[in-house]
Design a protein around this ligand. Structure first.
Ligand code: UD1
Length: 430
């Protein structure tokens, strides 16, 4: 089993290139099967979640041609099977985007019902509510969601919860419905906008993505396109926090600074210097940073996917900080691991009170999920001594060349899979 071994205590300094947004890519890949023509998608992150989704798509008859590491050509003309099995959903929840894509294109989809996951119970009632509103019959049978319609029909619908997944899934299905769909109380995340832009580049007629109301005029056919995915705001934010936590100086390249504003604002509040360029941000942390309050909210609020990285940073700041997690109920598991590194944190319900410590001490910890795993690596890089992070498969689901990028910034981190390799690393770093 692979682990990361880290020798901490060195500020991270240098430049890092950010890849395409995983969460945008997952939806865009699924939407690519909505035309029989060939779609070319560029700036694709080469991470496990993406590769599993591509496998699921090939499994139902789509032709997938990997042009290079970050470019794929997809042809959905051969799709004959509208059923996605539990094996895929278990590995990658977001395969449920094939529900919206298949329903929109073929008026029929069967996708295994995703269960909960490590960060919370994650219901999908709003996705189903949306599909029903545009005329699909939706039943859950034998662990599968079966959605079917004679003809999808535009409607006016209001989501009870702001959900990224439901907004995107229903938007995809409604793109090929008969008539106009107006969706209110939708998610405004950059990847919602990216998926709308992608569908529009295929001939869809979607307006308002990025605001609270999205208006979709259904079209009968979508066509080929070439599309480049937006930069990953969470990968970017992770490296910005790495600069803060290690008191470093990182130029985060190939980003859209506007998408990072919530993270930037908190970094400035705790005392970092953040400089914005057209497509880069530089984060400089000089000396010890200070406490603040953070509450996770839908975009443009502070992203829940940045909460663990922020938590690690605050645990090293002077004074008492608080974090309120308002999106997912189970996103504080990493704090128990962080406590093993010397952090001083008390969790009550959905809020954590953090008394900053001067330094962490390296320990063996486990990644409880993707973002928390990355956050624990940052903790290790800031800590005195050696940290070993277990269960790094979570990290590999969403970060491309994570350890290489950290090493390029001067971080002492290596992937190891045996005691011998651990000893070799320890010997090398002294
Ligand atoms: C997406 C992201 C995830 C991020 C999250 C919030 C992808 C693949 N994943 O997840 O990384 O953490 O947005 O920014 O893009 N909810 C319901 N009913 C529903 C759907 C959601 O009650 O039908 C609730 C959820 O339990 C949660 C909140 O709504 O409390 C937001 O969830 P949602 O935005 O749907 O997250 P995901 O799309 O699953």
């Amino acid at each position: 089993m692979e682990q990361y071994i880290i020798k901490g205590g060195t500020p991270l300094v240098g430049e890092v290139q950010i890849g395409g947004a995983k969460n945008a890519a997952l939806a865009i890949l699924a939407a690519a099967i909505m035309t029989d023509e060939t779609v070319t998608i560029d700036n694709l992150p080469d991470v496990n979640d993406i590769n599993v989704l591509l496998e699921a798509m090939a499994g139902i008859g789509a032709t997938i041609q990997r042009v290079d590491r970050h470019t794929v050509k997809i042809n959905g003309g051969g799709v004959r099977d509208f059923s996605i099995e539990y094996d895929y959903i278990k590995k990658i929840r977001a395969s449920y985007y094939l529900l919206g894509a298949l329903l929109g294109k073929y008026n029929k989809a069967e996708v295994a019902l995703p269960g909960g996951c490590n960060i919370g119970s994650r219901p999908i009632d709003q996705h189903l509510k949306g599909f029903k509103a545009i005329g699909a019959e939706v039943v859950i049978e034998h662990g599968k969601i079966i959605a079917e319609a004679e003809q999808l029909t535009g409607t006016h619908l209001y989501f009870d919860v702001v959900s990224v997944g439901a907004t995107i899934n229903v938007m995809m299905a409604a793109a090929m419905a008969d008539g106009t769909t107006i969706m209110e109380n939708v998610a405004k995340e950059p990847h919602v906008v990216d998926v709308a832009n992608f569908l529009n580049s295929m001939g869809a007629n979607i307006r308002g993505a990025g605001t609270d109301v999205i208006k979709i005029k259904g079209v009968s056919k979508l066509h080929k396109t070439e599309y480049s995915i937006i930069p990953d705001q969470i990968e970017a934010g992770t490296f910005m926090m790495a600069a803060a936590a290690t008191q470093g100086d990182i130029m985060v390249m190939n980003v859209i600074p506007k998408h990072l504003e919530a993270t930037t604002a908190k970094l400035v509040e705790i005392g970092c210097e953040v400089e914005e360029f057209d497509d880069a941000v530089r984060v400089v942390a000089k000396g010890r940073l200070k406490h603040t309050q953070v509450k996770t909210l839908p975009y443009p609020g502070f992203p829940t996917d940045m909460q663990p990285q922020m938590g690690v940073t605050l645990a090293l700041c002077s004074g008492t900080s608080t974090i309120t997690e308002s999106i997912f109920e189970n996103r504080f598991k990493y704090l128990d691991e962080l406590a093993r590194m010397g952090a001083n944190i008390k969790v009550e319900g959905n809020s954590a009170t953090i008394e900053g410590v001067e330094q962490f001490s390296g320990a063996r910890v486990s990644a409880p999920d993707l973002r928390a795993g990355a956050a624990l690596c940052i903790a290790g890089l800031a800590a005195e001594g050696i940290t070993i992070v277990d269960d790094i498969v979570y990290i590999q689901r969403g970060y491309e060349q994570f350890e290489e990028k950290l090493r390029n910034l001067g971080g002492m981190i290596e992937k190891v899979s045996s005691e011998k390799e651990i000893q070799k690393f320890k010997f090398k770093v002294g």
